[in-house]
Design a protein around this ligand. Structure first.
Ligand code: ADP
Ligand code: MG
Length: 257
């Protein structure tokens, strides 16, 4: 029987888009130790986002299986998967210009606790009754991420770097056990990147396992406990940052000299 202690295990995941094999028999395990940062790297088009989408239920694998704490979650919808603790962060498309940062986090929390649209509605009503507690929960998440300073700012006034962090805060609102971050540092300046890397570390240190796709190799090498490399849909290597940095095949395919 599958080991319930294994946090996340993808086995033999493939995804075909017509004639293109975007993922070809990709396997990855997060093992049993919580709070680690695991990265997936590779050139553009290697299949990293497709892999994440399959894990989180946004796209159905052509073949293969995903297990979360030993339970088969392959093909479940994103909402069900998120309710079991595997959460993909919100993208900027899920940001509402007129709502405050606090409202975004409170909304994400309500959505994560609702099984369907009717329940979203019911929860929104009860949340109104429970507004103080909802606000307190949301504020606590913002505080943890050092974002409480912008809690009452409306999204349209926030700089790009903050919107990125707000997306992570909305992911945290779902109380994840595993958090998937797809290029969270894209478009950030070096200071913002440093800050976002620190926050990623802080989230991991709180016991959340992080799975990260990121092009900023300096950040990846600094933050990762373990790295997997995708190349044309196939996994070509995995190891510690040190091992990956010195892997000839990875240098040739991706890192360069
Ligand atoms: P990465 O995130 O590593 O840049 P992606 O997973 O986004 O790569 O894409 C891998 C390959 O799959 C690319 O060639 C891309 O064009 C293709 N692809 C991704 N999504 C779709 C889709 N919905 N339909 C057809 N092709 C897709
Ligand atoms: Mg991508």
């Amino acid at each position: 029987p599958p080991d319930k202690r294994v946090i996340l295990e993808a086995s033999g995941l493939s995804k075909r888009f017509g004639g293109l094999l975007a993922n070809d028999d990709v396997s990855l395990s997060l093992g049993t130790e919580t709070g680690k940062v695991t990265s997936v790297i590779g050139p553009n088009g290697a299949g990293k986002s497709t892999f994440f989408k399959m894990l989180a239920g946004f796209c159905t694998p052509t073949t293969g299986k995903v297990r979360l704490f030993g339970e088969d979650i392959t093909g479940l919808n994103p909402h069900k998967i998120s309710a079991r603790g595997l959460v993909r962060t919100f993208q900027e498309t899920t940001i509402f210009p007129e709502l405050t940062a606090l409202e975004h986090v409170a909304l994400a929390r309500q959505l994560s606790r609702s099984a369907n649209d009717f329940q979203v509605f019911a929860n929104t009503l009860s949340a109104r009754r429970d507004e103080d507690r909802m606000r307190a929960d949301a504020l606590e998440i913002l505080r943890f991420l050092d974002l409480d300073g912008v809690a009452s700012s409306v999204a349209k006034t926030l700089p790009h770097g903050y919107l990125r962090l707000l997306g992570i805060a909305m992911g945290m609102a779902a109380s994840p056990k595993v958090l998937l971050l797809d290029e969270p540092y894209a478009g950030l300046n070096p200071d913002e990147t440093d800050r976002a890397v620190e926050l990623t570390r802080k989230i991991a240190a709180s016991g959340v396992s992080i799975l990260l796709v990121e092009h900023d190799m300096k950040a990846v090498m600094k933050i990762s406990d373990h790295i997997h490399v995708l190349y044309f849909g196939k996994k070509i290597a995995e190891g510690t940052p040190e091992e990956i940095r010195n892997n000839e095949q990875v240098i040739e395919a991706y890192l360069g000299k």
